[in-house]
Design a protein around this ligand. Sequence first.
Ligand code: B3K
Ligand code: ZN
Length: 854
Amino acid sequence: PQVTRLADYRPPAWTVPAIALDFDLDDKATRVTSRLTVERGEGGPLVLDGEGLRLISLSVDGKPLGDGDYSYADDKLTITLNGDSHIVESVVEISPIANTQLMGLYASEGMLCTQCEAEGFRRITFFPDRPDVLSRFTVKMTADKARYPVLLSNGNRVAAGEGKDGRHWAEWEDPFPKPCYLFALVAGDLSALKDEFVTASGRKVELGIWVREADVPRCRHAMDALKSSMRWDEQVYGREYDLDLFNIVAVSDFNFGAMENKGLNIFNSKYILADADTATDLDFDNVAAVVAHEYFHNWTGNRITCRDWFQLSLKEGLTVYRDQEFSADHGSRAVKRIEDVRMLRAVQFQEDSGPLAHPVRPESYMEISNFYTATIYNKGAEVIRMLATLLGADRYRAGCDLYFDRHDGQAVTIEDWVKAHEDANGLDLTQFRRWYAQAGTPRVAVSSRYDAASKSLEIDLAQSTPPTPGQDSKAPFHIPLDVALFGRDSGARLGDPRLIELKDSSATIRLDDVAEPPVLSINRGFSAPIAIDAPQTREELAHLSAHDDDPFARYEALQRLALLTLTDAIRRGDEVADPALVDAVAATLDSGLDPAFIGEAVLLPSEAFIGDQMPTVDPDAIHGVREATRRTLGSQLNDRWWSAYRANRDNRYELNPEAKGRRRLKNVALGYLVADADPKAVSTTFEQFGDADNMTDRLAALGLLTSLEVGEREAALAAFHARYKNDPLVLDKWFATQALSTHPDALDQVIALSRHADFSRTNPNRFRALIGSFGANQPRFHAADGGGYAFLANEVLAVDGLNSQSAARMVQPLTRWRRFGADRAALMRAELERILATPGLSKDVYEVVSKGLA
Ligand code: B3K
Ligand code: ZN
């Protein structure tokens, strides 16, 4: 496959100021007539992208083109044009029902919908499919009225009417020029939850969330989140919504979370539908976060878009940062930060240390779909967070204001974003830019010396970043480190926290007026996305876990203490939990802090994260020691877990931060109580499973039972399936729970589930629930005989011809073979080689697997 490089960027040869589309919709054969107004840009022939289109006719300025007037090969239509402005009209035919890739126009449960980002528009009609070509769209669609009573597109509906033979039509116009990746169309039998929003300047916006009629009652939470997002963007960024209409449509077959098409967001139904019986607290939070994220794209992505796909983080990193802050403002900021950092470490740190590592602004790709990664999204958000930290709130806002003023209506680069912050504030961010250009997770080594005579502390800092593919050596980063000191004896904070800016490869910082021997707390709030190497003792970590007044730092101290205990035990081949850990967990349970925070803090680090800290990942040893430690904590603190469980059991379900926190702590406590399969705890779990009046409690109980070898396991799984077999989103949870189970027979059960009547390879949610979850099940996926690897590879090959994006996502766990012992590494490599040798592989999978083997 061909490689696209940032260095090769050239402005468009022709621009397309206007496009008029006419769809004659039918699920088997849809006819698309497109009329492009093209204007000479840099010059050269007009080259339009087109993939899988059946060309019916082509004309320029009303004159039909014959075979010799154009060429159509390798997904490119080339026409030589002599003037400076022309009208190019094409008629093509496409088949939505045959489209299993779910890119372009496709059918999902009887409705028709589109997905164009990144390069799906070329599967609908011929067009320069690149984000720096901005056009005014008008869209007419005609369809059977009984099957498709609702017809939607971007912007405003300007006309509608009846046609012949039971057909009807609608015409939509989007006043804002946009790149074609933001085009959308929906036709279906849909009902809406409607509401309205009045903007700060007093304009009325009509809001609609379109779903199947039976699902309308499950849209309230999404609607409320939409309205709060609209308000928040006005208050925090000064950004108002700009159309009179904002529609969201939920579909069941969707490749990822949602899509920010102008005025017509299309969502995976998983991120819209929520009620107490079917959605967990986490689902509710995710719905609000994704609704906010897509809404925020209206300014960061749509009004100002990307010049080319290498700038993807310009819109994604910034919009993730914005949705994280929105969620933090609407719930517990501390718990939100803990969750975001846990996700960053679990996914992005792994990516950054493996063969697919790439900078936040990559330099080349084979398939852009492979670059919607945790690095672009989540590390990109961390980079913006650091910028906001370094600038402070007012200067950050001034930089954003200048960016919006300067670039509204344009397709721009990450460089333009950084420049706006420099210009607004008179700063030089030259070194800071390296965060966009260099891949890899920096490590900062920290040591300190206290001098009692001069009451001063010297902190030595040294940064280094490991090599990543194509980048052997790295220049130092500009790293903001939030630092505070706590008295070793008093426990009190000594002075104000301060922000240290580490710019050189090493530095020594001297702090004066340190009244007593201190314990150092560093990278508080996770002020930089780095790994800290600090030779802190267990006593110091226990001390911080009891005294630090930054909740993230407090959480972090307990996690590091747990990590030390676990990695020590693994190294010694021993299973004894350190009494210091037991005491620190007990102290946290007794701390009287927010139950939501306690619930997060007392969880042990995940098996994947423990593996990340070891030179060679030993999945069996990690699982053994972590489980043994869970049992020790469970039995030694048995009374405390029971009281946490009982104290937080509510009689009646409510959805608010406090109730959610109580459910969290209660279910974490239950997890410790059943760690040794104590019959009393197992029956409590089974009762909770049966009696729960909400999905959070029911699913938590099911998850615990599914990993145990007890009779209640089968009973619970069967009851859950019977109750929810007609609810696809809940059935996904039933698949995922079993795929994540650490039951010794999990692999065989997952293989059996891949033959279950309810399993599907064409529905991305279902496929991901089973196969994606299993790939994340460290102890069972990495079964020593390689059975997990062979199963995953078979599934990747089975799905690749249907949906190459699903396939490329699922194959990634195999690319981490270098991190495992020789036997496992050889088995994993062998599966990658088998995949690579398979004829007809998609370029999506080819790119991931070939890089994974390199
Ligand atoms: N921008 C879309 C993601 C599109 C993914 C294409 N492979 C959703 C989002 O990030 O908001
Ligand atoms: Zn996004």
